[in-house]
Design a protein around this ligand. Structure first.
Ligand code: FES
Ligand code: FES
Length: 213
């Protein structure tokens, strides 16, 4: 190294603040560290897996502001200021969420190595496209690699979960409409006040994911 060469030491680190699964983590890390390495090694969130490390397999898929991304393809620093969700955010303690449950019921996994990536891919996709057809689901899951299942059971699981979420939303909407109708009737009898427009919608997490923060 000449006197004029820039100093480069292994100790070069930067302070990062990452919002992961609803918690803020501050850590000192090297700027070159990928998001998946920081999640697994610094934060010990080892549910996110690493397969190919160059964007092909999708095992490292996490959600960034709700959209699925390959965590091996980005620096952790690029995720600052974003809401990161990993597979650990799905279950409530030991209780699986509905998507995980559907994977289990439909045998959507064998070795399970690819499963965290598929779960986060599907979670992000269904939040965006709750009405997705089976064909659309099939197309989306083609972006991740599974060497065990043949994909059919994964597609079945996601499709079943989507159908159940739609049914649950419909029944909540109907219940809310019914409830508001009853309230409106009794209000009409007693007062001239009306229910504000959109009040029913606020009670329903339209297109929401299953995270509880
Ligand atoms: S490990 Fe990231 S795409 Fe394979
Ligand atoms: S279940 Fe084994 S790689 Fe997908």
């Amino acid at each position: 190294m000449t006197d004029n060469a820039p100093e480069h030491t292994a100790q070069q680190r930067q302070l990062l603040s990452l919002d992961v699964n609803g918690e803020t983590h501050e850590l000192l890390t090297e700027p070159r560290r990928t998001l998946v390495d920081v999640l697994r090694h610094d934060l010990r969130l080892t549910g996110t897996h690493v397969g190919c490390e160059h964007g092909i397999c999708g095992a490292c898929t996490v959600l960034l502001d709700g959209a699925p991304v390959r965590a091996c393809l980005m620096f952790a620093a690029q995720a600052e200021g974003k809401e990161i969700r990993t597979v650990e955010s799905l279950a409530d303690g030991t209780r699986l969420n509905d998507l995980q449950q559907a994977f289990s019921e439909h045998h959507g996994l064998q070795c399970g190595f690819c499963t965290p990536g598929f779960l986060m891919l599907a979670e992000g996709f269904l939040a965006e496209r709750p009405e997705a057809s089976k064909e659309e689901i099939r197309e989306v899951v083609a972006s991740n690699l599974c060497r065990c299942t043949g994909y059919q059971t994964i597609v079945e699981a996601i499709d079943d979960c989507a159908a159940r979420r739609r049914a649950a939303l419909r029944s909540r909407l109907e219940g809310t409409a019914h409830h508001n109708g009853d309230s409106r009737d009794s209000e009409d009898e007693n007062t001239s006040e009306t229910v504000p427009p959109g009040a029913a919608c606020e009670e329903v997490p339209c297109g929401s994911t299953t995270r509880s923060r």
